[in-house]
Write a protein that binds this ligand. Sequence first.
Ligand SMILES: [Zn+2]
Length: 87
Amino acid sequence: MKKTLIDKLCCPMDKKALQLRIFKKDDEEIIEGLFTCTECGRYYPVVHGLPIMTPDEYREKALEEPILNKWGIAPRHKDPKRFLLEG
Ligand SMILES: [Zn+2]
């Protein structure tokens, strides 16, 4: 995704601002990264240049966890229906 898109994205659940951690990028594009909502704490990975900005019910934890683990991030497991980062 283009770096200029970052400021235009917000949390799909509550429309609040997102923080981005970048793990891989080139001159113009974010290749891999992780958005975190400043309000609800949900995370949204950027994989192969595509931000995964889908509501909880359409996401698949099993598909996302290997990616997060690769970045050294452990999601919270308490509520399997929510996509929250470890405090
Ligand atoms: Zn949120």
